[in-house]
Ligand binder design. Sequence first.
Ligand SMILES: Nc1ncnc2c1ncn2[C@@H]1O[C@H](COP(=O)(O)OP(=O)(O)OP(=O)(O)O)[C@@H](O)[C@H]1O
Ligand SMILES: [Mg+2]
Length: 275
Amino acid sequence: MTDILNINHLVITPKKQPERCLVKAVSFALRAGQTTCIVGESGSGKSLTALSIMGLLSEQLQASGSIQFHGQELMSLDNQALQHIRGAKIGMIFQEPMTALNPVLTVGYQIGESLTAHLGLKGDALRAKVAHLLEMVGIPAGRANSYPDELSGGQRQRVMIAMSIACEPSLLIADEPTTALDVTVQAQILKLLDELKVRMNMAMLFITHDFGVVADIADHVLVMFRGEVVETGTKEEVLGNPKHPYTQALLACVPDAEGRKTLKPIDYSWLEASA
Ligand SMILES: Nc1ncnc2c1ncn2[C@@H]1O[C@H](COP(=O)(O)OP(=O)(O)OP(=O)(O)O)[C@@H](O)[C@H]1O
Ligand SMILES: [Mg+2]
């Protein structure tokens, strides 16, 4: 099976402080029809890793290494070439749908924008495709004429998902897409993403700090800690038999089956011992 995405030795540093690695020599591959979760505490470099794949790193940062998408090196592409890939072949969903949606345009119009830009769809063909996409994400097609503030948080996230899959990308990157939603809606969105992944045979890169989410949807897991991948494996390997002390500590903070939170602070003594 060929890889959809292949990241090799990705290093991200501030331009002004090249000795300070925010992401250190990260390597991994993503395959069609599989979900890889990046999990790790706040500031561990999860979002920077995702942004670098899309060429959306801040001007203040620089990346080195290799990011191959279907065998094509993305690191050497200019912004115009990356724009053709973003939103068409690589879909993206972020945490806050309200900030990503334009409040003065209908959701139907916004879903249609990338279909027109990337696939040249117009008129009836465009309207039919938008209706189909809304139905795929569980929103009645008639809501195409609604504005974002007329929808619930979960519906807005569904609209974002419809936008992200509109051009049938082979890779979907989701950065904490359910964090702002309540638990029931979160479960529905996870189920939807999982179904779409299977139906469209996409590779999915899913960023979260929640091991419950990992248990729900991951095939593979990467655990990041302070810019490094400290553990990687299948979900069963990482959750069932965590090798790294940081993963063990994180898992110890997860609520047990009865939902009791064992609020143990993470014990970092292993870090001092290894330093
Ligand atoms: N433009 C920037 N300049 C300097 N440092 C930055 C910049 N952007 C991010 N960082 C730093 O890089 C590190 C990794 O950030 P990143 O956003 O990838 O973390 P994260 O794992 O996604 O965290 P969270 O779970 O809070 O979203 C953090 O320490 C952050 O402060
Ligand atoms: Mg982040």
